[in-house]
Write a protein that binds this ligand. Sequence first.
Ligand SMILES: CC(C)(COP(=O)(O)OP(=O)(O)OC[C@H]1O[C@@H](n2cnc3c(N)ncnc32)[C@H](O)[C@@H]1OP(=O)(O)O)[C@@H](O)C(=O)NCCC(=O)NCCS
Length: 153
Amino acid sequence: MSAVPKQEPRFEAMSERDLDEVLAIENAVYSHPWTRGNFVDSLHAHYECRTLRLGAELVGYFVMLIGPGEAHLLNLSVAGARQRRGHGSALLREVLGIAHERGAARVFLEVRPSNIAARKLYEGFGFRAVGLRGAYYPAHRGREDALVMAADV
Ligand SMILES: CC(C)(COP(=O)(O)OP(=O)(O)OC[C@H]1O[C@@H](n2cnc3c(N)ncnc32)[C@H](O)[C@@H]1OP(=O)(O)O)[C@@H](O)C(=O)NCCC(=O)NCCS
């Protein structure tokens, strides 16, 4: 009898070789996705850019900027077909762990007020609304505000 080995989720540093797969997810899950240039710039600027894979399959990624004393989560995404299985939580746990290791006391992020899934995920990890940035995101009609959330790490 042969057992099928269980695939453990694996974090890796993102590189430019990952970007075709990253962009396939990015373009599928956002109405206004980041461009390849946004990811290339983030990699060149040495932001914390990580992928999460199950075997060979890319299931999610994040991009975080760490500055003196605080971090800013810029992107966190899970492939549509892999959502609601704990991968977003695993990514966010990794975000908070890295921020802590790198000496950040707080992590900030922006989220569309209409993005209930993301807001619930962040709230579950202790993020709270700390402000609004007016007309921050492009939207189908005009622009949408961003909710600024923050958590202590
Ligand atoms: C937001 C996102 C990252 C969540 O990833 P995920 O892998 O589905 O998250 P998890 O399975 O770890 O879910 C954790 C919690 O988030 C909340 N959540 C996730 N998806 C939800 C949904 N569709 N509706 C309501 N709550 C949701 C729940 O509280 C969930 O806990 P539960 O499953 O015990 O109820 C994912 O939906 C995504 O990539 N969306 C598109 C990109 C995006 O909006 N990113 C955030 C930009 S700020």
